[in-house]
Design a binder for this molecule. Structure first.
Ligand code: AGP
Length: 613
């Protein structure tokens, strides 16, 4: 995710503090960075692809070191490759303003065309630059900076945290939030803003967390918050008692829990600006996804490892169901050594959070040598897997610090859902109307995810998880699109609790594994209304009849009557039930491991990215 800082001071230079603030935000991951400062009339922008150390080489002349107002940014590329031109801050060419942005402007293309028609010149591929021109246009009409920013934001659909500075009579420092977090603070002589409270702790522990729709006007010792129409808003000042390490977790005790709670935002960042509502279709920004190419496809071969392979399993169900293309999948570590045969017009689909997993990379390279079209679903723009793919669907999950993957997984599932819709629409399997309905359901997923993350929902899962601390082993069962969710739930528990847990296709239990069921053994059954719900109910009966203790996760109400414990999940369409059903399983693993006193973020024996064989 991008990082934003900003400051305005009556007395001191702001540049050094902003650079330190950006350094603190490096954990968010980035591929370029920049600062803008105003020193009297001039606004100077310095920006560079690469690390902060590269940017600092542009500042050694000290020309900016006395400036008293500025904004800074670390960019995690979404629209437009990592480059100096695409790095933030952006301006409108007038030299009067500088703007930094975290998020996505969904309607940036239409706004860009409107602004270009007025003769405005764009110098980057970013959606952000549209905001600079919208604000610049209002400033040119004589508006104050706060009015210019509010007017600009009223034109925008999307998801943003922004900071804007301007010089001159109607200058100043303004920031706004709709989605990604933004924190502001004032001291007697200054005012500060940042994407994360961490960037403000060197100045003060008394901060204000902006909420969605807030627009804040900052000046030394002063902050005023309104909505985008100018109506005043009151926000409480919070005293931060965390130390720096706690603060990077946003107040959560562990990165894993923070990342579980980030999933609604990750869904929005990964999906919403790719949805083409009118045509009931999807657009991807990296690679050649035209209909002719997708219609020619004969098969898809998924290669991945661990959690990413579970997302690959979901991809198989969704793509075969929604696009009618045969999908094979394999552990990347198996695929690369089994002397595989591929038919022509095969897509090799590598799924990977890090984009550096050795087995996945080797499998992708082998598939490409065998003539496959190398495609990836990946969370890291500049990673090796992305660079060796001819097309990529980026998952905008931001850096995932917890070794046990959570938000990256749901982002992968959302990405493969979008891929299935694109393939289905390109091949004429899905009509416009069918595409619209599927994508409307995807849009409705966010409040349902948030309901699962509400305190009472999380506590319910915690109670159930703590009720089985004496269990020697678990089964996780599911069918269809929820079979991989059973696999993922078992893996999460294994990884961080060090307890044996096995994910199994529910229909397969009677072919042997059911012998393992002893009285009281916890059996997590994942079931939601759909084509196989009744079959899963039968499997639930089978395990109960042998003394198993059934914990039902999902939204199939008839299953609830059969279960010993229930963790209810909001309803959605069957293809999307996987995205919701996995969240209680992530929380189950988290609370079980916590109660066992395990190391949540750095479990024993595991690495975040397995870059060796
Ligand atoms: C997930 O919780 C694990 N840490 C592991 O299975 C991981 O998914 C696997 O190593 C693949 O990593 P990648 O997604 O970075 O390729």
């Amino acid at each position: 995710m991008c990082g934003i800082v900003g400051a305005t001071s009556r007395t001191g230079a702001v540049l050094e503090g902003m650079i330190e603030g950006l350094r603190v935000l490096e954990y968010r991951g980035y591929d370029s960075c920049g600062v803008a400062v105003a020193d009297g009339e001039r606004i100077e922008i310095r920006r560079k692809v690469g690390r902060l150390s590269e940017l600092e080489k542009l500042l050694v002349d000290g020309a900016l070191s006395n400036a008293r107002i500025g904004v800074g940014h670390t960019r995690w590329a979404t629209h437009g490759k990592p480059s100096d031109e695409n790095a933030h801050p952006h301006s409108d060419g007038s030299g009067r303003l500088a703007l930094v942005h975290n998020g996505i402007i969904e309607n940036y293309l239409e706004l860009r065309k409107e602004l270009q028609a007025e003769g405005r010149v764009f110098t980057s591929e970013t959606d952000t630059e549209v905001l600079s021109h919208l604000v610049g246009r209002e400033l040119a009409r004589g508006a104050s900076l706060i009015d210019a920013v509010r007017a600009a934001l009223r034109r925008v659909h999307g998801y943003y945290a922004i900071a804007v500075m301007a010089n001159g009579a109607n200058g100043g420092l303004v920031c706004a939030r709709q989605g990604p977090p933004l924190v502001v603070a004032t001291t007697a002589d200054a005012a500060y803003l940042g994407s994360d409270v961490l960037a403000l702790l060197p100045y003060t522990r008394d901060v204000v967390y902006l909420e969605d729709g807030d627009v804040a006007e900052l000046a030394p010792g002063f902050a005023r918050i309104t909505d985008i129409h100018g109506a005043a808003r009151e926000r409480a000042v919070r005293r931060i008692t965390w130390d720096a390490e706690q603060a990077s977790k946003g107040g959560y005790p562990h990165f894993m829990l923070k990342e579980i709670h980030e999933q609604p935002d990750v869904l929005a960042r990964t999906a919403f600006d790719r949805i083409l509502s009118t045509s009931g279709d999807v657009s991807f920004e990296h690679g050649d996804w035209d209909d002719a190419r997708l219609r020619a496809l004969q098969r898809i071969q998924v290669v991945a490892c661990g959690t990413a392979l579970h997302a690959g399993y979901v991809a198989r169900y969704l793509i075969e169901h929604l696009a009618r293309i045969p999908v094979d999948l394999d552990f990347a570590s198996e695929f690369r050594y089994r002397d595989p045969r591929l038919v022509e017009h095969t897509m090799a689909l590598a799924v990977s959070q890090s984009g550096e997993t050795a087995d996945t990379l080797a499998a992708l390279r082998l598939a490409r040598e065998l003539g496959a079209w190398p495609v990836s679903v990946c969370n890291v723009m500049g990673s090796t897997v992305v660079r060796e793919s001819q097309a990529t669907i980026l998952t905008h999950a931001g850096p995932e610090i917890g070794v046990a993957s959570t938000k990256a997984f749901t982002a992968q599932v959302v990405a493969v859902f979008l891929l299935a819709v694109r393939l289905g629409r390109a091949r004429g399997v899905l009509s416009v109307e069918q595409g619209r309905r599927l994508l409307d359901e995807l849009r409705c997923l966010r409040p349902r995810m948030e309901a699962l993350l509400a305190p009472h929902s999380v506590e319910r899962v915690g109670e159930v998880a703590r009720g089985h601390l004496d269990a020697k082993g678990f089964f996780f069962l599911g069918r269809g699109v929820n079979f991989p969710i059973a696999l993922e739930g078992a893996l999460k528990l294994k990884e961080i609790s060090y307890v044996h847990a096995e994910g199994y296709a529910a229909g397969e239990m009677k072919h042997g594994p059911i012998a393992l069921i002893s009285k009281g053994m916890p059996i997590v059954v994942v079931n939601s209304p759909g084509a196989v719900a009744d079959k899963v109910r039968s499997n639930l009966h089978e395990v109960k009849a042998r003394g198993g203790h059934v914990i039902c996760v999902g939204s199939d109400r008839e299953s609830f009557e059969l279960a010993d414990e229930v963790i209810e999940v909001p309803q959605t369409i069957e293809p999307l039930s996987a995205v919701l059903n996995v969240i209680p399983l992530q929380l189950f693993a988290y609370h079980h491991a916590l109660a066992r006193g395990c190391d949540i973020d750095k479990p024993r024996n595991l690495a975040k990215s397995v870059t060796v064989e």
